[in-house]
Ligand binder design. Structure first.
Ligand code: TMP
Length: 208
């Protein structure tokens, strides 16, 4: 039994990750491969409970270190209960956000060092990294427009950050992608959704 592939989607808010996750899951399943679609924070019962703690309440509910620990704890449970068992039985795992979101949000935006975040990940999730990470990029104004539609009823705790935070995030994601080019692929998410799905699928073709 060969281990499944672990694929993550990353990027700022409003770049279309959840739409792509659904489309990619269907496209990969159509090739006869078992695929588990999941997201962070969440993806297991314990991690979903922690998600509630992270996504609800006021902006200052958690200090930066507590927040980083909660994301790492949610991820540890998600990896132990959902991701590793799926990969071990040969299924592919497609995940909307993973440790790189902590490195961008708690690191770039939140002031925790990358070394500390990777140490938390080393302890919590035994340092599991994706086989491939797709960074979905979008012009800031287009992302803001999409978000305004999505969050018309009010943003959640993590989404209610100032605009310059989104700019710093985008820069941090690009920096991580440049530092690890074997793992990351950058995808222009400004194209129609089907074209974005096709672009990602063509990059996964050799593994299918
Ligand atoms: P989403 O469901 O819109 O992707 O929301 C998840 C939010 O949580 C988003 O604002 C990014 C944030 N987040 C972090 O700050 N750190 C993390 O490690 C993860 C997975 C998400």
């Amino acid at each position: 039994m060969t281990r499944g592939r672990f694929i993550t989607l990353e990027g700022g808010e409003g770049v279309g990750k959840s739409t792509q996750l659904r489309a990619l899951t269907a496209a990969i399943a159509a090739r006869g491969v078992e695929v588990v679609a999941t997201r962070e924070p969440g993806g297991s019962a314990g991690a979903e409970a922690i998600r509630g703690l992270l996504m609800e309440g006021s902006d200052d509910r958690w200090d930066a270190r507590s927040e980083a620990l909660l994301f790492a704890a949610a991820r540890a449970d998600h990896v132990a209960r959902t991701i590793r068992p799926a990969l071990d039985r040969g299924a592919w795992v497609l995940c909307d956000r993973f440790v790189d979101s902590s490195r961008a949000y708690q690191g770039g935006g939140g002031g925790i060092t990358d070394v500390d975040l990777l140490a938390l990940h080393g302890f919590g999730s035994q340092g599991l990294l994706p086989d491939r990470t797709f960074l979905l990029t979008l012009q800031a104004d287009e992302a803001a427009e999409r978000l305004a539609v999505r969050d018309a009823g009010g943003a959640d705790r993590m989404g209610s950050k100032p605009a310059d935070y989104q700019t710093r995030l985008a820069a941090r994601f690009l920096e991580m992608a440049a530092a690890e080019p074997d793992r990351w692929r950058i995808v222009d998410a400004g194209k129609p959704a089907e074209a974005v799905t096709d672009a990602i699928m063509s990059q996964l073709e050799s593994w299918l």
